[in-house]
Design a protein around this ligand. Structure first.
Ligand code: PMP
Length: 308
């Protein structure tokens, strides 16, 4: 990992090595952090952070679910994200804002007015599931781990603790030679990957599991809804049976890190012709076109950061 020089930490920039928290932090023991992953793309008009305001809004929603008071306004953190790119003179980067409970004693129930640290780090970052994966697709498997039931850990919150489940899914998949695992919801219908939402194409229709299928409602997922609409594709958001994966013409996964990554096989069965399908390629074209000017940003998704 190529690190940046400075991390925004509670309102100031600190050198990377000095942005530390205490070993007795509540977040470390009990998973009480909320965070975001945001990409900054190097566009013809300079670096631009993709859907920054939407990501910061989701950060506040995650914090609200966990009664966490960030003590900065959303506008403060939007500006702090831009400043982190500028301060580190980055162009294409992955931003990681995180809010975490600090030392609040040993109690699991953190005092509502207990300390919360907010940090924003940035790293240079390429394709999460590999450049090859973006072009030719990854091999995925259905995980033996399920996503959490809706009345356990709310998956609408992007909270640190939720990623223990994601770690089991991703690590099992990698240990068995797969690029990614696809988890089922508690009711056995399809949910999502360890860090990506799932899309299936069959007979020209785009299917994706609904929010109730224990997914994090992804911002890239929403982006695909918009781009697919532009391509005249029908989108169906409904509970989906596992076997649809094996009968699909195309499968792809979406996420800030994964962008739009085709899936070329599931459980060693080829998806469609065993490579990237034409609709996935068309969506990728539209998506990546946002960052090199081929797709007009009529949604105002690009937040231009002027690096001096
Ligand atoms: N699901 C999970 C579990 C994730 O961690 C992510 C990545 N944030 C996603 C879906 C995709 O969300 P987004 O498109 O907003 O990055």
């Amino acid at each position: 990992m190529k690190t940046s020089q400075s991390i925004w930490f509670n309102g100031c920039f600190l050198p990377w090595a000095e942005a530390n928290v205490h070993v007795m932090s509540h977040a470390l023991h009990y998973g009480s952090s909320v965070f975001e992953g945001i990409r900054c793309y190097n566009t013809p008009n300079g670096p631009a952070i993709f859907r920054l305001v939407d990501h910061i809004e989701r950060l506040y929603e995650s914090a609200k679910i966990y009664r966490m008071d960030l003590r900065f306004s959303p506008a403060d953190l939007v500006e702090a994200c831009r400043a982190t790119i500028r301060e580190n003179r980055l162009h294409a980067a992955y931003l990681r804002p995180i809010a975490m409970r600090g030392i609040s004693g040993f109690g699991v129930a953190a005092p509502v007015d207990g300390p919360v640290d907010v940090a924003i780090a940035a790293i240079e970052f390429g394709a999460y599931l590999g450049e090859e994966g973006l072009k030719h697709g990854i091999d995925a498997c259905v995980s033996s781990w399920h996503r959490a039931a809706p009345n356990t850990f709310p998956t609408a919150a992007k909270a640190g603790g939720n990623y223990l489940n994601s770690q089991l899914i991703a690590m099992e998949a990698r240990a068995n030679g797969f690029g990614e695992g696809i988890a089922l919801a508690p009711d056995g219908t399809l949910s999502e990957g360890s860090g990506e939402n799932l899309f299936i194409i069959r007979k020209g229709v785009l299917y994706t599991p609904p929010a109730a299928a224990s997914i994090l409602v992804g911002i890239t997922r929403d982006t695909v809804f918009e781009l697919a609409g532009d391509l005249g594709l029908k989108i169906v958001e409904q509970p989906l049976p596992r076997e649809l994966l094996y009968l699909a013409d195309e499968v792809f996964m979406t996420g800030t890190a994964a962008e739009i990554t085709p899936v070329r096989s599931v459980d060693r069965r080829p998806v469609g012709n065993g490579g990237r399908g034409p609709i996935t390629a068309a969506l990728q074209e539209k998506f990546f076109g946002l960052f090199d000017g081929r797709t007009e940003d009529r949604w105002g998704w690009l937040d231009h950061v002027h690096v001096g």
